[in-house]
Design a protein around this ligand. Structure first.
Ligand SMILES: Cc1ncc(COP(=O)(O)O)c(C=O)c1O
Length: 427
C-alpha cells in the first residue's frame, strides 16, 4: 500500500471517530456528563476501580491477578517471530533452532559441529539424540504429567511432594489410585514459614518411593530451597528415585547469585528439571515448556511421546526469540519486584502476615476463610486465588490465605483499594 493511501485511510478514520464522538456527545450530552461526573466522584471517594483497568490480554474492567501470568503481555520479540512465521503453519515442523539454543542457553555442550551436520542423513538425528538433554512440549504442564507417569511405573509407585505445593505429580498418582492401581502419595508439610522441609521429605522415603517432586520456587508459597541443601538432598536419596525439580518461576528468585538446578539434571542420572515460557516470557497461551534431564530419564520420556510432539511451529519460533529478549526479562523482573515491595508495604500497614516471595506471586494470611474474600473481590472485578484449593491428605494449611499474582502498578493499586474495603467489611 502506498504511503499516501495509508495516510488517507488514517485521516478518514480520525474523521469518523471525531464525527462519532461529536454526534454522541450532542445526542446524550446530559447522560454522558452525568455518568462522567459520577465516575469521577467515585474515583475521588474510593480511588481507582477495576473499571479503570485495561489489562494486557484480558477484557477491560478486569484485574486478572490469579494465574501467575505475565501482566506486561508477551515478549515483543516473540510476537515478531510469530508474525514472521505465520504462513508456515501448513507444515509439520519443529520450525526453529530452539533445541540448539536451549542447550547453549544452559551451557550444555552438544559436542557436534552444526556447520558440518548433514540433516538429510538419519544418522545425524541419532547422533544429536545421543547428546540431547532437552525435551520440549506444549507447556511444562504436560511434561510434569509425563514425569509423573515415569514415577507411576508399573502402577505401584509412590511420590513425595510438599504440602502446600503445586501437587501435579500427586494428582497423577491419585488418578492412578482412583483407577484401581496401587500407587501411593505422601504429602510432607512445609515448615511453619512455608519452606519445603527436605529433611522431612527424605525421612518420608519408603522402599516403594519412586519420585520426589520439589517445586522451586514453590507454588503457592514463593519460598526457595537453598541450592546447597538441594544438592545435598539429591546426593543423599537412593539413585532409583527420580528427583523432579520444577523451576517454572526460577527467573524471579530475588537472591543474587542463586544457582539453579540445571547442572544437577545433567550431572546426575536421576534428576529432571522443568522450565516454562509461560511466566517470565509471557507466552502462557502459546503453550511451550521444556525439561532438561539425564540421558536415562530423557530416553524414557521420548518413548512415551517422541521429540517435541506437542510443540507448534509458532510456539517454537516464539520461544526461540523470547529466549533472547533480555530487555523484556529485565522489565518483567523489575515490575514484579516493585509490585511485591508495594504489597509488602501495604500488608505491613494493615498488620497482615505475608510470606516474602521469590516468585511472581505471593501469599498473605487474611485471618479468615479466604474463599469469602476471593468471592467479594471477584464481584469487584479483581481475580485472585484462594489458598483453600491447596489441600490434601487431611491438611488445608492455606485456608486463610489468598495468593496474589503480581500485576502492573495500576492493577495492584485497584487490588489494594478493593482488598481494604473487603477486609474492612469482613472484620
Ligand atoms: C509450578 C508450576 N509448574 C508448572 C506449571 C505449568 O505451566 P505451563 O504448562 O504453562 O508451562 C505451572 C503453571 O502455573 C506452575 O505454577
Amino acid at each position: 500500500m502506498e504511503q499516501e493511501e495509508i495516510e488517507e485511510i488514517e485521516e478518514e478514520y480520525r474523521g469518523i471517530s471525531r464525527r462519532q464522538f461529536v454526534a454522541g456527545a450532542l445526542l446524550g450530552a446530559g447522560a454522558i456528563s452525568l455518568t462522567a461526573q459520577r465516575a469521577f466522584a467515585q474515583m475521588l471517594a474510593t480511588g481507582k476501580t477495576a473499571k479503570d483497568i485495561r489489562g494486557n490480554g484480558v477484557p477491560g474492567g478486569i484485574v486478572q491477578i490469579s494465574a501467575n501470568e505475565n501482566p506486561l503481555g508477551a515478549s515483543p520479540r516473540a510476537i515478531d517471530a510469530i508474525m514472521q512465521h505465520i504462513f508456515e503453519i501448513n507444515r509439520y515442523s519443529f520450525g526453529s533452532d530452539l533445541p540448539f539454543k536451549l542447550h547453549a542457553h544452559h551451557g550444555i555442550t552438544l559436542g557436534v559441529d552444526m556447520s558440518t551436520l548433514d540433516f538429510d542423513d538419519p544418522r545425524t538425528f541419532r547422533a544429536l539424540m545421543e547428546k540431547n538433554r532437552v525435551y520440549m512440549d506444549a507447556g511444562s504442564g504436560p511434561i510434569v504429567q509425563l514425569i509423573g507417569l515415569l514415577g507411576v511405573g508399573n502402577g505401584t509407585g509412590e511420590c513425595i511432594e510438599s504440602m502446600p505445593g503445586y501437587g501435579q505429580i500427586a494428582r497423577v498418582f491419585e488418578g492412578f489410585k482412583m483407577a484401581g492401581q496401587n500407587t501411593n502419595v505422601i504429602r510432607v508439610p512445609t515448615t511453619g514459614d512455608f519452606n519445603q522441609d527436605l529433611n522431612a521429605m527424605k525421612a518420608a522415603i519408603t522402599p516403594k518411593t519412586t519420585i520426589i517432586a520439589i517445586t522451586n520456587p514453590n507454588n503457592p508459597t514463593g519460598t526457595i530451597v537453598p541450592y546447597a541443601d538441594l544438592e545435598k538432598f539429591v546426593d543423599s536419596v537412593p539413585k532409583n528415585i527420580i528427583v523432579f525439580i520444577d523451576e517454572a518461576y526460577i527467573h524471579f528468585v530475588r537472591e543474587p547469585g542463586y544457582k539453579d538446578a540445571i547442572q544437577l539434571a545433567t550431572a546426575r542420572d536421576n534428576v529432571v528439571v522443568t522450565r516454562t515460557f509461560s511466566k517470565i516470557y509471557g507466552l502462557a497461551g502459546m503453550r511451550i515448556g521444556y525439561a532438561i534431564a539425564s540421558k536415562p530419564i530423557l530416553d524414557r520420556m521420548m518413548l512415551h511421546q517422541g521429540f517435541g510432539q506437542g510443540m507448534t511451529v509458532l510456539s517454537s519460533h516464539a520461544a526461540s526469540a523470547a529466549l533472547e529478549d533480555h530487555d523484556f526479562v529485565t522489565q518483567t523482573i523489575k515490575v514484579t519486584n516493585d509490585g511485591k515491595d508495594f504489597l509488602y508495604g501495604e500488608f505491613k500497614k494493615m498488620g497482615l502476615k505475608y510470606t516474602p516471595s521469590h516468585s511472581n506471586f505471593l501469599i498473605v494470611d487474611v485471618g479468615q476463610d479466604s474463599r469469602k474474600i476471593v468471592t467479594e473481590l471477584r464481584k469487584r472485578g479483581v481475580m485472585v486465588r484462594s489458598g483453600w484449593g491447596y489441600q490434601g491428605a487431611g491438611m488445608n494449611p492455606l485456608s486463610n490465605h489468598i495468593r496474589i499474582s503480581i500485576g502492573k502498578p495500576d492493577e495492584l493499586e485497584v487490588f489494594m483499594n478493593e482488598f481494604k474495603k473487603v477486609m474492612g467489611a469482613a472484620s
